[in-house]
Design a protein around this ligand. Sequence first.
Ligand code: SAM
Length: 356
Amino acid sequence: MNKVIPLLDQRISARAAAPVFAGGRLADTRGRAMRDLRISVTDRCNFRCVYCMPREVFDSSYRFLPHDAILSFEEITRLARVFVGLGVNKLRLTGGEPLVRRNLDRLVAMLAELDAEVTLTTNGSLLAKQAAALKKAGLDRVTVSLDSLDDATFRRMNDADFPVAKVIDGIETAAAAGLGPVKINMVVKRGVNDQSVVQMAERWRGTGHIIRFIEYMDVGSTNGWRMDDVIPSAEVVRRISERWPLEPIDANYPGEVAERWRYVDGGGEIGVISSVTQAFCSSCTRMRLSTEGSLFTCLFAQSGHDLKALLRNGASDDELRNEIAAVWQKRADRYSEIRTESTAKNKKVEMSYIGG
Ligand code: SAM
């Protein structure tokens, strides 16, 4: 450790001599602005979803990060403040399963002081218990993942024998606590849960909650992704439209990930997230902060930029700001636009680590 610090000190003082980011609109090499920060608060999860953390890999011998390797709430908040100063207006807590991190409401309260929306993506298993405290702490909205209403299918997919009813209880408790309308994410995998698409649409029609169908992606290196397993969003829209006609509607804001469709009969709206068949890299405004403080410019990245070393070696806010701005300004990622069966085999960082 003693040998490493002087080297880092040299890097920091070299950076201090560089011009401070002068403000204005921060753009990457493709002209994209930085607006969202996804913060992974833990690499652990109480589910073993077959497409995300397959049990064969994430088993009892898997080495999750030790406590001292992960960013503290104070460190996360300090970085988040710098990001907000650079133009980020949305913070999303994710993981792993964010609600397994103890006292998460304390972090929410700290982030709620910043000038940004604070949201959370969760598998819903612990939401009923924590929804009121999260709302009180200042959480703005919640997204809950739910892959099927068929209990046997859902238990098979989460591979933790967790029932649908408890997730629905989490969704309803969150809505009652004032965290609605809730967004519900369903990853659609051919032959696994695609038979649940229409039933899922029916369950959330007219409730005010918004179901979003996500194309199964080649995140990480462990899920054995194949293009044949992807149900294109166009097919999801077609299947639902055959029952209740849908029409496209405008995005709520530029760069919105989900494409919105509404029921012609007034039954509300659905979303589709087509990362595979209709890449949205050109409008991607997201940065990701991993549980141990590495910064990733793309969900499909193969490496990150270490901010924790800077934080823990005394970097000033200006130095952090310069570093983050420089990473964004160099950003050229467009993985989903150039994806092939062969890039899918790249050694990518796992989604549970980088933050979904
Ligand atoms: N544990 C939380 C949850 O379940 O929502 C947050 C983390 S999880 C990695 C975030 C989202 O990524 C979930 O909606 C999950 O279904 C989705 N996801 C994970 N692996 C995926 C894949 N291979 N393709 C598409 N979506 C995926």
